[in-house]
Design a protein. Structure first.
Length: 255
C-alpha cells in the first residue's frame, strides 16, 4: 500500500476496470450475439448447405460482429482484475490462492472468447470461395471452442465464491448468496460436456439448457459480481483511510 497516494487516486483505476464489465457484456451481446447471429446459434442439425447459405447471405453482419467481439472481448481482462483487487482485501494477511486463481482464470477466459470469433470471422471472410462443408466445420469449431473451454471460466467463478465465503467481516464484501451463486454457476457449466454428443435437444448448442440457461447464468454472474465490486470499493476506501490513520504515528516516529 502506498501511503502517499490518496484514496481517490488509489481506487480510480479499480472503478475504471470494474466499469469494463458492463461494457463488455453489452458489446458482447450486440456484436457476438446479434450481429454474429449467435443469439440463438445456428442449429447443429442444419445441413452444410443451409449453414453455407447463412454465411453467404449475412457475411457483412458476421464480419462486423466478430470484429467487435474480438475488440471488446479483451475487456473481460481488466474487469477480472478489478475483482482480484477486491478479493485481495478479503483476507489480506492470508494467502492469495483464491484471488490468484480468479485472476488467471478470468484473464485466460479471454482466449476462448476471442479465438472462437476467429473461426466465425474466417467463415464470413470468403464464404463464396469455401465449400459448405468447410463453412460448417468453421462454425462448429467456434462453438466447440467457446463451449468446451468452459472450465477455464469455472475456476475463477468458484474461486470468487470460495474466497468471498472466507470474508470475516460482519457484513462481507460479497454476500453469501452471491458467493454460492458464483460457485453454482461455475459448476453448472459441466453440462457443456454433453454438447458434442447432441445435435438437437436441450444439450445441443442451440438447446435451452446448453445455450439459453447456461449463457443467461453467465451473463447474470457478470452483472451480480460487478454490482458488488462497485459496492465494495467505497467500503474499502474507508478501510484504507482508517489503516493510513493508524499507521501515520509510526511513520512519523520512524522519520
Amino acid at each position: 500500500m502506498n501511503p502517499a497516494m490518496s484514496n481517490a487516486a488509489y481506487f480510480k483505476y479499480w472503478r475504471a476496470c470494474a466499469a469494463t464489465g458492463p461494457v463488455f457484456l453489452a458489446a458482447f451481446i450486440l456484436c457476438w450475439g446479434v450481429l454474429g447471429y449467435n443469439i440463438p446459434p445456428i442449429p447443429a442439425d442444419f445441413t452444410a448447405d443451409q449453414l453455407a447459405e447463412h454465411f453467404r447471405t449475412h457475411y457483412n453482419e458476421v464480419r462486423a460482429g466478430m470484429a467487435g467481439a474480438m475488440l471488446f472481448g479483451v475487456l473481460y481482462l481488466p474487469w477480472t482484475l478489478s475483482i482480484t483487487k477486491v478479493m485481495e482485501w478479503i483476507n489480506p494477511n492470508d494467502n492469495n490462492m483464491m484471488s490468484t486463481l480468479q485472476m488467471w482464470g478470468g484473464g485466460l477466459t479471454v482466449v476462448p472468447l476471442v479465438t472462437s470469433s476467429v473461426f466465425w470471422l474466417t467463415a464470413a471472410y470468403r464464404p463464396d470461395a469455401l465449400s459448405p462443408v468447410t463453412l460448417q466445420m468453421l462454425y462448429d469449431q467456434g462453438w466447440l471452442l467457446i463451449d468446451m473451454f468452459y472450465a477455464i471460466t469455472t475456476i475463477p467463478m468458484v474461486a470468487i465464491g470460495v474466497g468471498g465465503l472466507n470474508d470475516q467481516r460482519s457484513r462481507p464484501l460479497f454476500p453469501r448468496w452471491a458467493c454460492w451463486y458464483s460457485i453454482w454457476a461455475g459448476l453448472s457449466f459441466l453440462f457443456e460436456l454433453l454438447m458434442p454428443f447432441f445435435k438437437s435437444g436441450l444439450f445441443a448448442r442451440q438447446g435451452w439448457l446448453n445455450f439459453w440457461v447456461e449463457f443467461l447464468v453467465w451473463f447474470l454472474y457478470i452483472v451480480v459480481v460487478t454490482w458488488y465490486v462497485f459496492k465494495a470499493i467505497p467500503r474499502l476506501e474507508q478501510e484504507r483511510a482508517a489503516l493510513l490513520t493508524q499507521e501515520r504515528p509510526a511513520r512519523l516516529a520512524a522519520a
